[in-house]
Write a protein that binds this ligand. Structure first.
Ligand SMILES: Nc1ncnc2c1ncn2[C@@H]1O[C@H](COP(=O)(O)OP(=O)(O)OP(=O)(O)O)[C@@H](O)[C@H]1O
Length: 699
């Protein structure tokens, strides 16, 4: 028997034994309980959880094995099998499969080869020891497909073998992001396992696994802080509904499906109610061709209203409003029956001081009404009482008009009614006109929810952890707002400034976000290694990076080589169309499952979609506001491709006039090119973009 067959046979037999154990445990749970006994019902919940866990283990029980010798223990090294969920042996109670989130499993990820001693942090302290062996196992549908011996102590290892990672990265993608529990890399693992009470700010190169890492971190936190944090109080903010659809499979796969996944706009509108609408296509002007695009500076509405200084100005206005809310008016119910203004003020300012303004108002109104009722009750003669009731209640209604309703949208609107010293006049005018029509811009949402929170308090909402993906697109104001729903900051904030195509509302430097936290709470991390694309694609995209003006270092590729990036010139429109047709056909024939034609603008994409449809070629047009990602062949404008990935990409119109060498166009092109996993071709008709020529120069 050669070594690999021996390896396979050994693992096959452990796998059979595992299936036997899973079956025994499943059989031991017994049938589902449908009765009314409360205790039995509670127990049934636990049994159901076990059934789910065993079902998850049933087809792919584990993916790794680590032989670990704990220091000070005489016995042989223990073989730890690591899976998506843990399982103990029924008879002995010993761990049989280790949950990937357990402390000891961290060794599987952090171990980088070599014979040096290792250690991991456990609740009982630091555990030291030695790794004797590391194996990666691929099990699909109960079949052991592959065993890779990544490390053997004392063997002739040249560091840790990457074979298994490369095997995984070489796979073709369907229409969903997947979990990476079997191949989490050390730098990713340290982010996933970072302590809870922190605001982690992560700058990660395109394809470095930011989204994936964030999702795994949620699963880890839920495991590590069981009983302290709840899935329903964790929330992920992502840029759009289609992206949410694309990532929606990962958490259920990791067994933590209840975490809320939303966009900031959806969440904010939910809080405000139906008082406002957001117009469609508000972003279009920023993605039009360079000559039609507005400039971006700190007075661009999105940047201005998202800034910390705008928030501070708003806070000042809120305080002023609250301080001058109550005016001194006695309430005279009838002759000489007067509720003195000083007493009303005493209630409002002393007794109800700790409540948010809306509650202070409500309590005050209730108190005044009660006072009036008491006065009326003192009147013995029913006839007089009736008459006084009528007149005094009328007077009360008039009096209460002096305590106007508290409404966040009306207050926000009032800020722009008069010219003011702080808000640039064109922003004030545009905001006022929009709100008059019941329409807000995306950048108005954080201030309005902030005002609502000031008026009403958190209204029962608390977050245990907040993930903000594509965080280069969010503002400091949004981050502060979300933080105000947490007792202590617990954030994972991930993004890539080089993909900051929404620079008109997002941050330009991470310090802008870091500055909203106390420095003990925030920490900055970089993920430089990129896993998505081949070496050739990453190197090509890296040469576009300097044009983005972000000063970011090049992404580091994993050594996975593929086809060279192609730059193709076509002579005319007919040739262009013929090329596109052939491209789709060739990629499909070459087993590429997801193929994307990335256009420069939304109109370009719509036109291409119509033409291909007329020729009977089936493609999915991705448009703004879409909520499902279908996979297959997509046509997508470059600005909507962010966050997604495709086996093969044809980037259209890589011409000089469509992608001039501006930072914004460089970011768009960088986003487009980094979507490709295995193959990238750029097409141009006229002179190629300077960015493309630079990227192509060293191939
Ligand atoms: N450790 C890993 N093992 C296997 N695959 C990985 C690993 N890390 C990331 N990947 C894969 O790399 C791809 C990129 O991951 P992801 O989309 O999370 O990256 P990202 O940093 O959010 O990308 P971008 O910013 O470009 O949208 C995915 O296909 C993911 O499965």
């Amino acid at each position: 028997m050669d070594a690999s067959t021996e390896l396979y046979t050994e693992e096959r037999s452990r796998l059979d034994e595992t299936f036997g154990e899973i079956e025994r445990q499943r059989a031991g749970i017994g049938p589902v309980y449908y009765g009314n006994d409360f205790v039995e019902q509670l127990l049934e919940e636990k049994r159901e959880e076990t059934r789910r866990r065993l079902a998850l283990l049933g087809s792919e029980p584990y993916f790794g094995r680590l032989d670990f010798q704990e220091k000070g223990k005489q016995s042989e090294p223990s073989s730890l099998y690591i899976g998506k969920r843990g399982m103990d042996r029924t008879e002995t109670g010993e761990p049989y499969i280790i949950d990937w989130r357990a402390p000891v499993a961290s060794l599987f990820y952090s171990f980088t080869g070599g014979d040096a001693p290792v250690a991991y942090e456990a609740p009982e302290g630091t555990i030291h020891g030695e790794v004797h062996r590391k194996r990666n196992l691929s099990i699909r549908d109960k079949e052991l497909q592959r065993v890779v011996e990544s490390y053997v102590r004392g063997g002739d290892n040249l560091g840790l073998s990457d074979d298994f990672l490369l095997y995984r990265l070489g796979e073709k993608k369907d229409n969903r992001l997947r979990d990476i529990v079997s191949t989490i890399q050390a730098e990713q693992d340290s982010i996933i396992r970072a302590p809870r009470h922190k605001a982690l700010i992560i700058q990660g190169a395109a394809g470095s696994g930011k989204t994936t890492v964030a999702l795994h971190r949620l699963a880890f936190l839920l495991y590590q802080y069981q009983g302290q944090i709840r899935a329903e109080r964790m929330i992920i903010f992502a840029p759009n509904a289609m992206f949410l659809d694309y990532i929606s499979g990962v958490l259920p796969e990791l067994g933590v499906g209840e975490v809320k996944q939303t966009t900031f706009a959806e969440w904010a509108l939910d809080r405000i109610g139906t008082k406002l609408t957001l117009p469609d296509h508000t972003d279009d002007k920023w993605f039009s061709l360079a000559k039609k695009r507005p400039n971006i500076d700190d007075e661009t509405p999105g940047r201005f209203k998202g800034s910390d200084s705008f928030r501070l100005w708003l806070d000042g206005k809120l305080r002023q409003y609250e301080e001058s809310y109550l005016q001194d008016h006695d309430f005279e119910a009838w002759d000489r029956r007067v509720l003195k203004a000083s007493l009303i003020r005493q209630w409002f300012e002393v007794e109800y001081r700790h409540y948010p303004l809306a509650a202070r108002r409500e309590r005050l109104i209730g108190r005044i009404k009660r006072w009036l009722d008491m006065q009326l009750n003192e009147i013995g003669d029913p006839k007089i009482r009736k008459e006084k009731t009528k007149t005094s209640k009328q007077k009360l209604r008039t009096h209460l008009k002096k305590l106007p309703e508290i409404d966040e949208v009306a207050f926000y609107r009032s800020l722009f009614d008069q010219p003011n010293e702080f808000v640039p006049s064109d922003i004030a005018k545009e905001t006022k006109n929009g709100l008059k029509r019941g329409s807000a811009q995306p950048e108005d949402l954080a201030p309005i929810v902030w005002i609502r929170k000031y008026f009403h308090g958190p209204e029962g909402l608390t977050f245990d952890h907040v993930v903000v993906d594509e965080a280069q697109d969010v503002s400091p104001f949004q981050i502060t707002l979300l933080g105000s729903f947490m007792v202590e900051p617990s954030y994972t904030i991930l993004g890539d400034l080089a993909q900051g195509i929404h620079a008109y509302r997002g941050v330009h430097r991470w310090e802008e976000l870091a500055s909203v936290f106390d420095e003990n709470y925030s920490s900055y991390h970089e993920l430089k290694q990129s896993y998505r694309s081949t070496l050739e694609i990453i190197e090509f995209a890296n040469r576009i990076l300097p044009f983005t003006d972000t000063g970011l270092p090049p992404a580091e590729p994993v050594f996975r080589s593929g086809d060279p990036v192609k730059l193709v010139q076509v002579a005319n429109d007919a040739e262009r169309l013929a090329y596109i047709r052939d491209f789709i056909r060739d990629q499909q024939a070459g087993s590429m499952r997801t193929i994307s034609l990335i256009g420069r603008t939304a109109e370009d994409c719509t036109k291409l979609h119509e033409r291909l449809t007329a020729e009977g070629i089936d493609t999915n047009l991705i448009a703004e506001g879409q909520s499902h990602y279908r996979g297959g062949v997509s046509i997508v404008p470059v600005h909507l491709a962010k966050g997604l990935e495709f086996d093969a990409v044809l980037l259209l119109d890589a011409d000089r006039d469509r992608y001039p060498a501006s930072p914004q166009d460089a970011k768009l092109l960088y986003v487009g090119c980094t979507r490709a996993l295995h193959r990238l071709t750029l097409l141009h008709e006229g002179e190629p973009s300077e960015l493309v020529t630079a990227a192509d120069s060293q191939q």
